[in-house]
Design a protein around this ligand. Structure first.
Ligand code: SF4
Length: 359
């Protein structure tokens, strides 16, 4: 059982972050924010896969204007990602976002910090301080002898102080580096000095495969040690994959429930059916299932039936026909070209949910 670190709680719209709230999954759009139609479409897609908070880059006045339309077209609370320009932060607040990601040390002085803080306070909007090892302020890395973890912590605490000087405490913090061990060590050090909730992630983690592995390791270590209140898996690819990966990580650690737990065999010389493509196709069509369900896809009758019988739904591959089990009972034998459809149908029947195979 994982014991979560004690933190304050903040609210990003309807989503609580920190304290006892479940670790939430977020992602970031990669559409052009000025293009409200495409951005709304992508956010809705992310929502359908269980994304709870969505971050949007706001780098122009046009993007801030577009936010007004986007906010109205989606359910998930939005975070405006701002760099340097406090006017874009004010415009985003005005547009209705529920959180800002902005580093107060980078927006041009005390008066501008005051303005942003005052607007956030009026609307009950928290600020995420997001320190990235690639954009640390001048001198902080040298001062810490090139130690990225120490430098990120020092930088984060400086930004925090600027907000606390304005009596603003509605804060969450992230420390991101592409280096997993620096990131893990940085969060660990910061956790000893701060009780603000943490957004965790490994930045620029890589492609869907390598990035998911890297994030799984980094976020897995942090979460197992009770650190992390909301997460983003950063991947070079479709942000939907970030949401799926994030949910997987939380489910593996027992921090969230819901969705398909897939058991599929690695196949070997005994395999009598193309398990890899069945598992891949099944995973694709079942990614939006919200109910807890264990599905086993096994290649032969040696180890297959045991696993298949212990899952909610399972198949054990045979030469021309494969056997389908539901809740421990054999419910039929199907030709290998119809077994996937039979498996999907049974999953839909047990969960009462539709898979993407129907769309
Ligand atoms: S279930 Fe059968 S095919 Fe799959 S790895 Fe085990 S022995 Fe091989």
């Amino acid at each position: 059982m994982i014991k979560r670190r004690h933190t304050r709680a903040i609210k990003v719209g309807s989503v609580t972050i920190g304290s006892d709230a479940p670790v939430s999954v977020q992602s970031m759009t990669n559409t052009i924010t000025e293009d409200a139609v495409s951005t709304i479409k992508q956010i809705k897609e992310l929502e359908s896969y269980g994304c709870e908070i969505v971050r949007v880059a706001v780098n122009t006045e046009e993007a801030a204007k577009s936010l007004k339309v986007i906010v109205k077209g989606v359910e998930a609370p939005l975070i405006a990602d701002i760099h340097f320009d406090h006017r874009l932060a004010l415009a985003s607040i005005d547009a209705g976002v529920k959180c800002l990601r902005i580093n107060p040390g980078n927006i041009g002085g005390k008066e501008k910090v005051k303005e942003v803080v005052s607007a956030c306070r009026d609307k009950g909007i928290p600020i995420r301080i997001g320190v990235n090892s690639g954009s640390l302020e001048k001198g902080v890395l040298d001062k810490n002898s090139g130690d990225f973890a120490l430098a990120m912590v020092e930088s984060a605490l400086k930004h925090v102080k600027l907000l606390e000087n304005e009596s603003f405490y509605d804060i969450k913090i992230s420390l991101k580096s592409a280096d997993v061990l620096s990131t893990v060590r940085g969060y660990g050090l910061l956790a000893e000095k701060s009780d603000y909730p943490f957004h965790i992630g490994i930045t620029e983690a890589g492609t869907v495969f390598s990035g998911a592995v890297k994030s799984g390791v980094g976020l897995g270590i942090l979460l197992y040690n009770g650190i992390g209140d909301t997460l983003r898996v950063s991947l070079s690819g479709d942000p939907v994959m970030e949401v799926i990966a994030g949910r997987h990580i939380l489910r593996v650690l027992g921090l969230r429930r819901g969705g398909v737990q897939l058991i599929s065999c690695p196949t070997c010389g005994r395999a009598e059916i193309d398990i890899a493509s069945i598992a891949r196709d099944f995973e694709k069509v079942s990614a939006k299932i919200k109910s807890d369900i264990k599905v086993a896809i096994m290649g032969c009758v040696v180890n297959g039936p045991g696993e298949a019988m212990h899952a909610d739904v399972g198949l054990a591959g045979g030469k021309e026909k494969s056997v389908l089990f539901s809740r421990g009972k054999m419910i039929g034998k199907y030709g290998n070209n119809e077994i996937l459809a039979a498996l999907v149908k049974e999953v839909e029947s047990l969960t009462g949910e539709k898979t993407a195979s129907d769309s």
